[in-house]
Design a binder for this molecule. Structure first.
Ligand code: SF4
Length: 252
């Protein structure tokens, strides 16, 4: 089956500029002293395999078009992934799994995400996180999560005109994201819906989906298989009105 075409940009120039401006401001943020120290120390000391890299070492903004209909929300950039390359889920094993699945269902132009200038395009999809700096042990503190909340809140407000579905990866991302949807103006049920793989929660104007995180802990153990990830992405894409590939593509 052929791959679907890219949806046309329907946003106003103001909306596009506002999101680009937001991304620039995020990349300059130094609000969390512990995370600033960590991201910059990792960038200085590096991993041996990336010794010849100049690490990004800054907050990693969202990636994808400003008229996205589907948003994927992770947790935080990886120390030697996004913190190295400057793009969400780029240059690490989690990203390998995510972008392969997006490609398999027709939402990405290529199956790999290696560097920020590798030409990868996402079709109607944007990828972001509730915490934009790589945290030690992949664990931001509640204070750091709260400090970063306004960035996601602003991103959601800017995406709202086109946004129709959101896939949240993992329970931490779920717990961090729900209050942000409430803050950005969506009616989030009380008590807050619990996270689960395949959970689908209608919020006004969009559907929120839960999906196990694409971390190696889940993908190496088979808790999250490529087929499970593709199923959630396909369902979310259909909910968002995005064309996607429905055949059985890729490994199970
Ligand atoms: S985690 Fe968010 S709020 Fe904290 S320094 Fe990074 S971008 Fe700024």
């Amino acid at each position: 089956m052929g791959r679907p075409g890219r949806p046309g940009h329907s946003r106003t120039v103001e909306g596009v500029d506002a999101l680009a401006d937001l991304d620039h401001r995020i990349a300059d943020c130094r609000a969390c002293p512990r995370l600033v120290d960590w991201r910059e120390e990792v960038a200085r000391t590096k991993r041996a395999a990336f010794a010849d890299w100049t690490y990004w070492g800054r907050p990693v903004p969202g990636f994808g078009p400003p008229d996205a209909r589907l948003l994927i929300v992770g947790l935080a950039p990886a120390a030697h992934g996004g913190n190295r390359t400057g793009r969400m889920f780029t240059g690490d094993r989690s990203g390998d799994v995510l972008y392969q699945a997006l490609y398999d269902v027709g939402l990405a132009s290529r199956p790999t995400s290696v560097t920020a200038d590798d030409g990868l395009e996402l079709y109607g999809v944007r990828v972001t996180s509730p915490v934009h700096c790589a945290p030690p042990a992949n664990k931001p503190t509640p204070g750091e999560r709260d400090a970063c909340r306004p960035w996601l809140s602003q991103e959601l407000r800017l995406l709202r005109p086109t946004l129709r579905a959101v896939v949240v990866l993992g329970a931490f991302g779920w717990q961090a994201a729900l209050p942000v949807f409430a803050e950005a103006g969506w009616s989030v049920p009380r008590p807050r819906p619990a996270f689960g793989h395949g959970t689908r929660v209608p919020l006004d104007g969009l559907d929120l989906f839960g999906c196990y995180h694409v971390s190696q802990r889940n993908t190496f153990t088979g808790r999250l298989t490529p087929a499970m990830l593709r199923d959630v992405l396909r369902t979310a894409a259909e909910s968002a009105g995005l064309p996607c590939v429905n055949g059985a593509t890729g490994p199970s």
